[in-house]
Design a protein. Structure first.
Length: 113
């Protein structure tokens, strides 16, 4: 049986290099939907650390790199799916100081969630 569900792009979250320090600071607003796909891009020339609690280091993104998380790959039907819960706040801090660029967080969610 074939089935599909519509998805939507969430608002782009970003933070410029001049606002990134050695302490965690929020990137955009908390998620308002269950996240199906996430891409974090670091266009700065510094290595960045990301967190979802503002305290513990969770992800590292080297300068000029990205990470793509397709959380719902090959899931569907009655199997359910993996996803990030709504209400998550993302944070960033520098591992090495940037002098240009920004960090971006792109999210895709299922409509009706």
């Amino acid at each position: 049986m074939f089935w599909s569900q519509q998805v939507a792009f969430d608002v782009l979250r970003s933070k410029g290099f001049a606002s990134i320090t050695g302490s965690y600071s929020a990137v955009g607003s908390p998620t308002a939907h269950v996240v199906r796909l996430m891409c974090i891009t670091n266009t700065t020339d510094g290595d960045m650390l990301f967190s979802d609690d503002g305290v513990n280091d969770k992800l590292i993104l080297p300068a000029s790199s990205y990470k793509l998380f397709d959380l719902t790959t090959n899931k569907g039907g009655t199997d359910g799916f993996l996803a990030l819960q709504s209400g998550i706040q993302f944070y960033v801090k520098e591992l090495t100081a940037p002098s240009k660029g920004s960090v971006y967080i792109e999210l895709i969610y299922g409509k009706g969630e």
